[in-house]
Write a protein that binds this ligand. Structure first.
Ligand code: SAM
Length: 242
């Protein structure tokens, strides 16, 4: 029998004095629940925890990738920009940045590849587990299903969505469409800078986009979180070049 997923409220704090990320697992269904903390609970009454259900199955969308931890922390630190605005997360997978946005007051739609029912189902489970009411829907980059015409995000999030160069063009096509559909909107993304920015720069020019901000993802991470991460993670804010 599988163990139930535990929300943050159900964790015994006495066993867990000052966690940054903690996890519990069930061998039966190969899932683990990791908990991610935002703010300083001793100093800040706004602090909170998000529980994420992860799976060891081989699917990119069922694991919390480091870029997601970095983008989620950025959302928390930039929370005033997120209050009361409409947010869409692309390639959300386990959805940590989108759930943080919902927690700080955004109206959030979580999206992932429409052909991945398990990932979409998990997005709904993590939203429920954290008592959040995010929308969840399939949105495959480069495809124009009816649903995409109904969303007008002020902020588009994407953590580790620039990981396979064969998908970059479709991703930027979708991002450009959403930015055009919602004037004044911004795409915030974190990615591993593995081979320079040449392809990203080329595709931004192709799709009429420009980078407004490019920062080292580790520059704003609390040391307790940064110590568990590695790589060269960049955070970019991208807008229409008009
Ligand atoms: C490396 S994972 C990152 C997941 C999550 N954002 C994170 O950082 O933990 C890439 C995500 O992009 C999604 N994805 C890949 N190709 C896609 C496509 N063509 N359309 C929509 N989502 C896609 C995958 O299903 C997966 O959830």
């Amino acid at each position: 029998m599988a163990l139930p997923e535990m929300s943050c409220d159900e964790v015994n704090d006495a066993d867990d004095p000052s966690p940054v990320i903690t996890s519990s697992s069930s061998d039966h269904d190969m899932t683990t629940t990791s908990r991610h903390y935002f703010g300083d609970s001793t100093a800040n009454s706004d602090s909170f925890c998000i529980a994420i259900i992860e799976s060891m199955k081989e699917d990119y969308g069922l694991f919390v990738w480091p870029c997601s931890i970095v983008l989620a922390e950025y959302v928390w630190q930039q929370r005033l920009r997120f209050s009361g605005v409409s947010v869409v997360e692309l390639g959300a997978g386990t959805s940590l940045p989108g759930l943080v946005a919902a927690k700080v007051g955004s109206d959030v739609t979580l999206t992932d590849d429409a052909n991945k029912p398990e990932v979409l189902a998990n997005m709904r489970r993590v939203s429920d587990l954290n008592n959040l009411s995010c929308n969840a829907m399939g949105l495959t980059w480069g495809l124009w299903d009816a649903d995409i015409f109904s969303i007008h995000p002020k902020i588009i999030l994407g953590a580790d969505v620039l990981y396979d160069t064969s998908g970059f063009d479709d991703l930027f096509a979708t991002v450009a469409f959403l930015l055009q559909n919602s004037p004044g909107s911004v795409f915030m993304t974190t990615y591993h800078n593995r081979s320079g920015h040449h392809l990203i720069e080329f595709l931004m020019a192709k799709w009429g986009l420009k980078c407004m901000k490019l920062i080292d993802g580790f520059s704003f991470m609390p040391s307790t979180k940064a110590s568990g991460l590695s790589g060269n993670i960049q955070l970019a804010e991208i807008v229409l070049n008009s």
